[in-house]
Design a protein. Structure first.
Length: 354
């Protein structure tokens, strides 16, 4: 479990105030907003010298994250943070080059240098910082759950909508619903793939991109059913496999998808639900949803296999799996409690690097 007895500590090495274009207060306020207790050993008003330098070294040793203002000439502190094994990021708003030390500092920071306060926010929030408070180790890869953008994915019939409804009852999550009912092609597409597949997929790509973009403006934890990546890599390719899209149609849709993916926020986590194929078919037949009544086994099997390949190949976003085959969380309170426990455990495991 993550130790919640203290906040993760960020050490801001400010250096000489006159050389920076961003105020020290603005940086410390940003770090506080992102959930850090901030140590500032020198706010730029204290004369430099061995005493201040030693104070900075002690602060670096106590910190989980070190933010170095390179405009203030803090390259040495970056090297010390690196030597102590600390996660270290740079801030340079006045075009730091570092003269002879520029390449060394770039290497130390692994090019993690923000060029603005907004850039620093993105580096620490959108790209996410993970702090394991048990050991003080940190990597850029995870953010606090209360700020997370989570997508629930998986083949048809695995229980995505039901799980989202269950989690939504906790009051923690804001749900971004799948744009199913707005789809003008839904009642026609599966009965006549060759006529409606292209239009159906274009609709979903556009609507899903809009859904991703709406996440920018939603505070707190977000749940979304399906994401843009699976519209492209699963359903575009299934439609092509089924002969409903020719090669040119597929390439057009994939080009559209790639362009959209480069310009929308990506989820922090994909919660991937899975179950044996036969069970998913049984569930699909039992719920009798509009648009699914004409699906044949060959199509369902293709979707299932494409989903498994996509989940296995996905590298840009962490994928956590839950097997729903033995959990009737829609009808059994005990199973609902168990799946909630599993989801919580999965997030806890994700929050702590191993």
């Amino acid at each position: 479990m993550v130790n919640r007895e203290r906040l993760p500590r960020a050490c801001y090495i400010a250096g000489a105030a006159k050389r920076g274009r961003v105020s020290h207060l603005a940086v410390t306020n940003l770090l506080a907003e992102l959930g850090f207790e901030t140590i500032v050993p020198n706010d730029g008003t204290t004369p430099t010298g061995n005493g201040v330098f030693n104070k900075s070294v002690r602060a670096i040793e106590e910190a989980d994250l070190v933010v170095v203002n390179l405009d203030g000439g803090c390259a040495a502190e970056a090297g010390i943070a690196y030597g102590r094994g600390k996660l270290c990021v740079g801030l340079s708003t006045s075009g730091y080059h570092g003269n002879d030390h520029g390449r060394i500092v770039e290497g130390i920071l692994d090019s993690r240098i923000a060029r603005s306060l907004d850039g620093l926010r993105k580096m620490l929030a959108e790209e996410r910082v993970v702090i394991d408070l048990r050991t003080g180790e940190a990597t850029i890869d995870l953010r606090r759950l209360e700020r997370s953008y989570v997508v629930v994915s998986g083949p048809l019939g695995v229980g995505k909508t039901t799980l989202i409804d269950l989690l939504a009852r906790t009051g923690i999550w804001t749900v971004l619903p799948e744009p199913v009912m707005e789809n003008p092609y839904l009642s026609k597409v599966y009965a006549n793939l060759s006529d409606y597949a292209f239009r159906n997929q274009a609709f979903y790509l556009g609507q899903r991109a809009a859904l991703h973009n709406s996440a920018r403006h939603v505070p707190g934890a977000i749940l979304q059913e399906r994401c843009l990546s699976e519209d492209a890599e699963v359903f575009n390719r299934v439609m092509h496999d089924q002969g409903a899209l020719d090669d040119d149609d597929l390439e057009t849709l994939m080009t559209l998808a790639r362009g959209l993916l480069e310009n929308v926020p990506q989820p922090d986590l994909i919660l991937y639900l899975t179950a044996p194929f036969e069970l998913t078919v049984e569930r699909i037949r039992g719920r009798d949803r509009m648009g699914e009544r004409d699906l044949d086994l060959g199509f369902l099997s293709n979707v299932y296999q494409r989903y498994e390949r996509w989940a296995d190949a996905e590298k840009s976003v962490p994928v956590l799996r839950i097997d729903t085959s033995e959990l009737d969380y829609a009808n059994a309170p005990g199973d609902a409690a168990e799946v909630m426990r599993r989801v919580e455990a999965l997030f806890t495991d994700a929050l702590v690097p191993t």
